[in-house]
Write a protein that binds this ligand. Sequence first.
Ligand code: ZN
Length: 520
Amino acid sequence: MYDGSRLRTAGLCVIAVVLVLASGPHAQGTAPASPLTLVTRDGRRPLPTTILNNQEFIALDDLASMFQLTVREDALAGGVTISYKGRTIVASADQPMASVNGRVVTMPAPVARIGRRLFVPIDFIARAVAPIYDSPIDLRRASRLLVVGNIRVARVVVRIDAAGPPTRASVEVTPALLVSSMFDAGRVLVRVEADMLDVAPPPAPAGLIDQIQATNQTTIIAFALNARAATPRVSTTTTTESTRVTIEIPPGAPAQETSAAPPPPPAPPPLGTLPAAPPAAEVVTPLPGQRTARLQTMVIDPGHGGDDAGVRGSKGALEKQVTLEVSRRLKSLIETRLGVRVVMTRDDDRAVSPDGRDAIANNSKADLFLSVHVNGAPAPAMKGAEVYYLRLDRAGEDARRSTAASELVLPAVGGGTRPIDVIRWDLAQASHVDNSSRFASMLEEELEKHTPMGPRPLQQAPIRVLSGVNMPAALVEIAYLTNAQQEQAVQSAEFQGGVAQAIFDAIVRFRAFLEAPATP
Ligand SMILES: [Zn+2]
């Protein structure tokens, strides 16, 4: 009997996680508080700025060390003299202007003093320093990049041209550059052969696109496709000005890598931890909520145990005993015939809490979870097997809909990006309900061939132990212990072997579903 009563319904509410990014590159009115990023051949580093009277300033000593400038305060002239290889800038502390090698240029504001430090408006870099400097300096305000030296920067604009389905998206790269693309593990990856990207903020995901990753931290733009997407068509056209990649995503069977593609690497690093231009094959990493594509580990959860005996038959049979026996049979079948690793939440007569069972499953990074129980009812006539998968309440449904796009990628301190997971632990099952339903149907169909089924053989219910597992999951009640005939049957090797075989057959089918190539 499953433990539905202990479901923490209060736990199934979604906390809206609102992530407010520090005023980003496109804040209007007030200047951004986030640092500029200095980009050179040697790499990149943050360059702090300061807001003063709605103007963005940068410390002159920072500029001096960055560009090897010599700075000298000139009290008499009421300003600052800055020299570089015999060239000179005189910046005024009273007037919004500077003299650059004898030529006067305007500035948004005069030199400012905060404490002991001098500050200049960030436009000073482009208007005063750039004209006297040996290497090109390019301040890209929209993307907050300060690019120094001959670095190939590709301007990238991502658009969703049609939400569809079919969903059509495009990536426009300026200037025209070599662009490669690939499709793997539900993602379209577009790699630009540039030193770095200057990316406009991508549009919100739409249609069959669940997530768009486009940052100036890598040279790869990633589109995570919805599980309902079929294999996309990707085409590239190049004009003298730009290169355009068009991605057309038809609806269809859940997308996956084609059978011709090599298997993904065993432990690919997350996208954000890669250097600027890694080989495209290394960036493939499945998003949570998508088909795992493999069945390598499964968890069998023998119901009850220890003080919790579960249902008792009138002749003394205990549910906790039967669930363990059937689970052991199943484990041995799976390991010897499928080569799939099996983790048991208990393998002796001990009590394990629902949270403890979930933790074992989640920590083992399993691809499938099955809880085994034997039913009980006041009416002794009740008999037959039943299969359950999780029913979400409304909050859970909302989470399920948003979960595919729930992994946000934030810029990380020191460069790169960091994916964060905003889904609550107790909603872990939400993103797997579709596959859980599929697995449960297969269980029902296979059990039917071996054993009598209950009046409602396939049901959805808010079952505590299923709600916390981050993988497809189902629960089976193999019989009614309160039925005298079934109490005797479930203790027999014949009955237990038949049930184990039926569950095994369902697992074989589910594995085939997981590992089947996508239908183009
Ligand atoms: Zn039970």
